[in-house]
Design a protein around this ligand. Structure first.
Ligand code: NG1
Ligand code: ZN
Length: 544
């Protein structure tokens, strides 16, 4: 356990801060998923996040997680984020501290740390334990060390789990703080494999799933999970760098498949076979297949959310259980998915700002909250009080109702409630398809997506764009929203919005319309408008 410190040891912190010195011009902010950037410019940030994690741990009197990954970004990037005690994203007030601490000069670090101690009334005598883990990026080893140096500089104890997926670190952090002192990677596999095996006792003929692991940490971890699952599913691991030497996220992975709407590199697809992709740290999942004419069919986060809602609703009806069931989406959700959920399933749908923390928070308003970003990041949250109601239903005398309640209970335990998790979400999808005796064809037929297109526009300063209404409208620069409105009005079923990315130095443009040509054309016109009104740089982007 950590040795207690009663005051900040200036000398130790400053000495190590010199080793992890900040380049004078660097200014960064804690974005949608922590700090992200070029790996060779981030060493000081990782050290400082080690420092901050110690204060957060002392403040919460709990274990805090620090994950080293830049997820779906290119291999040359890296990133760091803090995980709060129950596996949630870092509390928003602390994001402000994180940004300040990341940007002060070395000579102001002690002042900044003392400020946080004072503002949060932190007792420095508290012990601090931090769980760390990293993805497979070559830069992640040294950057993890920088985090550990920061932890040590403030007298905290670090437990390094080494290579792990992001959701695995969320899971062990959450489990440890809930009293499971032997929370480990092994307990992760046992938990999810056992839940899956009790839902799927026998393989069905169609249950071969080819998984593109983006040449990332998901590949070795999925192999391990598979060993625990045994014979109830057939998995083929594709884009496993250890075998094929491919580059992380390059022409593969969930983000590539979602944005390009095409198969990852090296995958020969067969109509209606099952394929899915993880991203670089395995917290996103998208499925896809080919139809009989070999057209590419994507089953993204919206389709996964719709499948979950459909299944949970059925089990609730079978168990004769009332629940406030809701689905949380962002503006990137396809309009057809929102219509399906609202009009067909009659489920309440909420739209929030991009970023899992916003979705997770909103989902907790419901007894059962399903949240997914269209890119495949999502999970299901359940209110503790409602979980008790469900448990009591499993022991009721009506056998059919009790059995349905048990099925729902087991289904919910195959889900990693702490955070979106590609591996556990994949098991949940497979369990539903098995229960319904569906293939991708039936699943995909739940609704037909409106054609859509996403683009990126490079501008000198992306903060010139300010948004409102869950990022669906811009308020700055002036004239941009009016321009978008008049373009959208020219397209059948047109919808478009723009927002500054929180993880890349770009402005994102989204457009949907009745045909792919129209969606492309609307995306092109809106991108061009952003370029002109928000200070575009380089060549004007064009997709059609
Ligand atoms: P930004 O770069 O802020 O759009 C992207 C995703 C988010 C989220 C984060 C974290 C889109 C459009 N945006 O954020 O949904 O997943 O990365 O990885 O997919
Ligand atoms: Zn990710």
């Amino acid at each position: 356990m950590a040795s207690a410190v009663t005051s900040i040891n200036d000398i130790k912190v400053l000495k190590l801060a010199e080793v992890h010195a900040k380049p004078s011009k660097s200014m960064m902010s804690y974005g949608t998923a922590g700090f992200r950037g070029k790996a060779n410019e981030l060493d000081h940030i990782f050290f400082r996040m080690g420092l901050l994690a110690v204060l957060r741990s002392k403040c919460k009197k709990a274990v805090i997680g620090v994950m080293v990954t830049a997820s779906h970004n290119p291999e040359e990037d890296n990133g760091v984020k803090l995980i709060d005690p129950h596996g949630e994203m870092l509390q928003q007030e602390w994001e402000v501290y994180a940004t300040k601490l990341a940007n002060v000069g070395n000579d102001e670090i002690i002042k900044e740390l003392n400020n946080i101690v004072k503002l949060e009334n932190i007792s420095l005598e508290e012990q601090a334990t931090i769980f760390t883990a990293r993805d497979t990026r070559p830069s992640s080893i040294a950057l993890s060390q920088a985090v550990k140096d920061g932890i040590a500089a403030l007298g905290g104890t670090s437990k390094d789990f080494g290579l792990m997926t992001t959701p695995q670190l969320h899971y062990v952090t959450c489990m440890f703080n809930c009293g499971e002192t032997d929370a480990s990677e092994e307990s992760y596999y046992t938990h999810f494999a056992d839940a899956f095996k009790s839902l799927v006792k026998e393989k069905s003929d169609s249950s071969i799933v080819t998984v593109d692991c983006a040449n990332g940490v998901g590949a070795p971890k999925l192999q391990k999970l598979y060993e625990h699952i045994g014979g109830s599913i057939d998995l083929v691991v594709h884009n496993n760098a250890e075998v094929g030497n491919g580059k992380l996220n390059e022409n593969c992975g969930a983000d590539y498949v979602k944005i390009q709407q095409q198969a990852p590199v090296g995958l020969n697809m067969e109509p209606y076979h099952r394929y899915c992709s993880f991203d670089g740290d395995a917290d996103r999942l998208v499925y896809y297949t080919l139809d009989s004419d070999c057209n590419f069919i994507l089953l993204d986060g919206d389709k996964i959310a719709s499948l979950f809602a459909h299944h949970i609703q059925e089990l609730l009806a079978d168990a004769k259980l009332e629940a406030k069931l809701g689905v949380v989406q962002t503006a990137y959700a396809n309009g057809s998915s929102t219509n399906f959920l609202k009009d067909k399933l009659k489920v309440e749908v909420a739209c929030v700002k991009t970023g899992v923390k916003h979705l997770h928070h909103k989902a907790q308003d419901f007894d059962i909250g399903i949240y997914f970003e269209a890119n495949g990041h999502g999970t299901v949250t359940v209110k503790e009080s409602w979980r008790k109601l469900l448990a009591s239903k499993t022991t009721q005398t009506n056998e059919d109702e009790a059995n349905a309640a048990k099925r729902l209970q087991t289904f919910l335990s195959v889900i990693n409630e702490a955070v979106g998790d590609a591996m556990s979400d994949m098991l949940a999808v497979e369990a539903i398809l098995h229960a319904k005796d569906w293939g991708v064809r039936e699943w995909s037929a739940l609704y037909t997506e409106l054609p859509n297109r996403q683009m990126k526009v490079k501008v000198a300063d992306r903060t010139v764009i300010e948004t409102t209404d869950a990022e669906t409208r811009t308020v700055k620069p002036s004239g941009l929203q009016d321009g978008i409105d008049s373009l959208v009005a020219q397209y059948v079923n047109g919808r478009s919005f723009v927002r500054p990315s929180g993880t890349e130095d770009v402005v994102r443009v989204y457009a949907e319309s009745d045909t792919q040509e129209n969606a492309n054309s609307l995306a092109d016109k809106v991108s061009s408008l952003v370029y002109d009104l928000a200070g575009g740089t380089g060549e004007k982007p064009k997709c059609s």
